[in-house]
Design a protein around this ligand. Structure first.
Ligand code: UT7
Length: 324
C-alpha cells in the first residue's frame, strides 16, 4: 500500500478592495496599456487597513475545510506559505490554527516567497505519506501591498493580496500514476541570486520590514529557463508528457512568462489556468488562488492531472504533479 496526499477540498479569499491599473496611474507614472502589455495584469485586490495575512488565510482555510466536508478539528497539520507574516513571530500558521479553533497537531510557516505554495505542498506531502499526520491544511497567503514601495513603478504595479488553501488527506493508493493525490514534487533553490529579488529590510538587518526590490528583466530571464527545466525534470521522473496534463496551473507573475513557459513545453494554451489579469502577482497565494478559482468554475475536476510550477525570490523554484 502506498500513502498518497489527496486534495479533498480547496478555497480562496480575496480582499474586497480592487485596485485597477487606472487607479495606479494616479499613484505612479505608468499607464494601463503598459501594465497590460508587459504583464497582462488589469487589477489586483488590496487588503484593508488592519486586515492581516492570517485573516485572509483563515477565510481561505474555512472555505477549503467546508469544501472538503470535514471539520477544522480533523486537521492535524497546517503548513502556511508566506513572505508577509503578521509578525516576525509567532508564525502566521499558529495564528490561523487558533482562529480555526484547532488546539492539537502542528502548525508552521514555510518561506520560499513566490514558490512558497509548491514548497508547502511538498512539505505537507512528506508528512502525510510518512504516516505521521492524516489531514493537512496547506495555505498560501500574502499581503504584498504592505512591502511594496508605492513610489517605485517598476514593482508596485505587479503585486496584489489574497489567500488560497487546500486540504490534503492521507489515503491509500496503488503507487501508480493513476492514483489520486500528489504524484511528484521537485524543489530547487540557488541563493546566489538574492540581489535580483529581495526585501531590503528584516529583523536582524535593518530592524524594519523593508520594501520589495527587483531586477525585473533578470528575474524574467531566469524564470522561463528555471521553470522549463524543473517541469522537464518532472516529466522525466514520472514519464508524463505535456499532452497528458489536463491543467497547467503556473505561478501568476506575468502573462508573458506563463505563455513563454507553456510554449517552450508544448502545453496547449487552452489547458493553462490564468488569473494574473484579476489577481496580479500574489506570491505564495497565486497557485492556490488559481486552483480554487478553476475548481469553483468547474474546469478542474476529480481525476484530472494538474501540473503546478512556481519561481521566486532566493531564487527558489519548483513543480508538483497532482491527480485531482
Ligand atoms: O513572482 C516572482 C517572480 N517575478 C517575476 O516573475 C517578475 C519578472 N519580471 C517581469 O515580469 C518583467 O520584467 C516586468 C513586468 C517587471 C518588467 O517588464 P519588462 O518588459 O522586463 O520591462 P523592463 O524592466 O525592461 O522596462 C522597460 C521600460 C523601461 O524604460 P526604458 O529604460 O526602456 O526607457 C522601464 O523604465 O519600461 C519602463 N517601465 C515602466 N513604464 C511604465 C518599468 N515599469 C514601468 C511602469 N510603467 N510600471
Amino acid at each position: 500500500m502506498t500513502l498518497r496526499s489527496v486534495v479533498i477540498g480547496c478555497g480562496h479569499y480575496l480582499p474586497e478592495r480592487i485596485l485597477t491599473n487606472s487607479d495606479i496611474e494616479k499613484i505612479v507614472d505608468t499607464t494601463d496599456d503598459w501594465i497590460i502589455e508587459r504583464t497582462g495584469i488589469q487589477s489586483r485586490h488590496i487588503a484593508a487597513e488592519g486586515e492581516t495575512t492570517s485573516m485572509l488565510a483563515t477565510r481561505a482555510a474555512e472555505r477549503a475545510i467546508e469544501n472538503a466536508g470535514c471539520l477544522a478539528t480533523d486537521i492535524d497539520l497546517i503548513v502556511l506559505a508566506t513572505a508577509t507574516p503578521d509578525y516576525t513571530f509567532p508564525s502566521t500558521a499558529t495564528q490561523v490554527q487558533a482562529a480555526l479553533g484547532i488546539h492539537s497537531g502542528a502548525a508552521f510557516d514555510v518561506q520560499a516567497v513566490c514558490s512558497g505554495f509548491v514548497y508547502a505542498l511538498t512539505v505537507a506531502d512528506k508528512f502525510l505519506i510518512s504516516g505521521s499526520h492524516k489531514r493537512a491544511l496547506v495555505i498560501g497567503a500574502e499581503t504584498f501591498s504592505r512591502i511594496l514601495d508605492w513610489t517605485d513603478r517598476t514593482t508596485c504595479v505587479l503585486f496584489g493580496d489574497g489567500a488560497g488553501a487546500v486540504v490534503l488527506e492521507a489515503q491509500s493508493g496503488k503507487g501508480t500514476l493513476e492514483d489520486r493525490g500528489v504524484l511528484n514534487t521537485v524543489l530547487r533553490s540557488d541563493g546566489r541570486h538574492r540581489d535580483k529579488l529581495y526585501v531590503d529590510g528584516g529583523p536582524s538587518t535593518t530592524g524594519t520590514s523593508g520594501h520589495l526590490r527587483m531586477e525585473g528583466r533578470e528575474v524574467f530571464r531566469h524564470a522561463v529557463t528555471c521553470l522549463a527545466e524543473v517541469i522537464e525534470e518532472t516529466f522525466a521522473q514520472t514519464g508524463v508528457s505535456a499532452q497528458d496534463i489536463q491543467w497547467f496551473v503556473p505561478h501568476q507573475a506575468n502573462r508573458r512568462i506563463i505563455d513563454a513557459t507553456a510554449r517552450k513545453l508544448n502545453i496547449d494554451p487552452a489547458h493553462v489556468v490564468v488569473t494574473v489579469e484579476k489577481h496580479g502577482n500574489t506570491s505564495a497565494a497565486s497557485i492556490p488562488l488559481a486552483l480554487s478559482t478553476a475548481c469553483q468554475d468547474g474546469r478542474i475536476k476529480r481525476g484530472d492531472l494538474v501540473l503546478l510550477e512556481a519561481m521566486g525570490g532566493g531564487f527558489t523554484w519548483g513543480a508538483a504533479l497532482v491527480r485531482w
